[in-house]
Design a binder for this molecule. Sequence first.
Ligand code: RTP
Ligand code: MG
Length: 134
Amino acid sequence: MERTLVLIKPDGVRRNIVGEVISRIERKGLQLVAMELRTLDTETARTHYEEHAERPFFDSLVEFITGGPLVAVVVEGERAVEAFRALAGATDPVTASPGTIRGDFALEVQQNIVHGSDSTYSAEREIKLFFPDL
Ligand code: RTP
Ligand code: MG
């Protein structure tokens, strides 16, 4: 079975749609393996998004993702990485299809409610970072 790391970002927690996002994951048929509400420190946030370290939006992204509690979830199932990315929708919520999480709940590219690992390789790295004991 494949695993992926999902984050319900601070904007999702602030807007009280954690239950909505979890519900969509469950209705899809994916399983919850681990879940925690926590506020990220800067170091963990920088490591999580290290692929974007040279991007102009990096500092702003780290500030946003550490700016309040988020919910980290390990999700398991058939092709879980791809399945959750499909539920999340495109990075830019304006063009994300209605029916997806981002398409239904967001308008700004940074505050786009959720993160999902982009490959099984990323998933393994990110799950280790958030849940080292798993
Ligand atoms: P994520 O990693 O959060 O699941 O999102 P993603 O794969 O769809 O998009 P990615 O390119 O990895 O970007 C990571 C996050 O950075 C913020 N972002 N801001 N200001 C900008 O132009 C910009 N571009 C991306 C978003 O929060 C995006 O999800
Ligand atoms: Mg990404």
